[in-house]
Design a protein around this ligand. Structure first.
Ligand SMILES: [Zn+2]
Length: 272
């Protein structure tokens, strides 16, 4: 495998880091996986070591936990699951200087949504949203074929949509009663009101559909595998104005982030 014609996709999550070369949405060759270290210095060392296994490559595309700036060059927001110093690593600059190739960084949920839009179960759906129902809730929103970034790059933090004023459940973000505190996998296991879970999920999905009217909403993550899609569909349809959005499972799951980042790099870095 000649890596120098391929983009190296990297996924940096709270528990593991994944590396694989990607060509037009397909993983080529081996996938490397490391447990995510607990200091920012060790994370950087691990990234460099991972890249060395594939180098030379055409470009480097990183999907990461945390918010990423509009220029796709650095992590700007706290991730909760990664050490504080991670934000200060200036990953884009550091890797570009070291490996002399273009580097693109995108939020992992945004990258996952882009993967589903370009090559997954939302293929060619110009308006689509991917929701990850895992430990927390992540979201990526595609509007007219582009990732919705917001003013600084922190859009689509859908897990923190407030769904009730009752102050019943504390969220990981410090606020009360975010969607994530009701509809994530963590909430499902912690509160054990399982009959209500689809109800809670449908509330967030309906909010998103009423705002964006996407062609599809893709569900990924551990909870997406146990969700009752028929029930969700029925509950969502009762809450939305225009009930045409399809609710579908994800195609890419664990590799969505690195595949999506690589697909994005192939478009965004084309001028290099
Ligand atoms: Zn929250």
């Amino acid at each position: 495998m000649k890596n120098k014609n391929l983009t190296l996709g990297i996924d940096i999550g709270g528990t593991k880091m994944l590396f694989a070369c990607v060509e037009q949405g397909q993983i080529k060759g081996e996938i490397l996986s490391y447990p995510t270290p607990d200091t920012s210095g060790a994370i950087l060392e691990c990234i460099l070591e991972g890249i060395e296994n594939f180098y030379p490559v055409k470009s480097i595309a990183i999907a990461t936990a945390g918010t990423v700036n509009l220029e796709n060059s650095k992590v700007t927001g706290s991730t909760g699951n990664l050490p504080g110093g991670y934000i200060g690593l200036e990953l884009g600059k550091t890797l570009r200087e070291r490996f002399k190739v273009p580097v693109l960084i995108e939020n992992d949920a945004n990258a996952a949504a882009y993967a589903e839009f370009r090559a997954g179960n939302a293929k060619n759906h110009g308006n689509t949203i991917t929701i990850t129902l895992g430990t927390g809730i992540g979201g990526g929103i595609i509007v007219e074929g582009k990732i919705l970034k917001g003013t600084t790059g922190a859009a689509a933090e859908v897990g923190h949509i407030p769904i009730t004023p009752e102050k019943k459940r504390k969220c990981t973000c410090g606020n009360w009663d975010c969607w994530e505190a009701y509809a994530s996998g963590t909430a499902y296991h912690k509160y054990k009101d399982h009959d209500m879970w689809e109800e809670y999920v449908s509330m967030g999905l309906a909010a998103l559909i009423n705002i964006f009217e996407p062609e599809s909403i893709i569900l990924s993550g551990g909870m997406a595998r146990i969700a009752d899609y028929e029930l969700l569909d029925k509950k969502v349809k009762n809450r939305v104005v225009m009930a045409r959005t399809k609710i579908l499972p994800a195609k890419f799951e664990n590799y969505a982030g690195l595949i999506g980042a690589a697909l994005l790099a192939e478009v965004e870095l084309i001028e290099f």
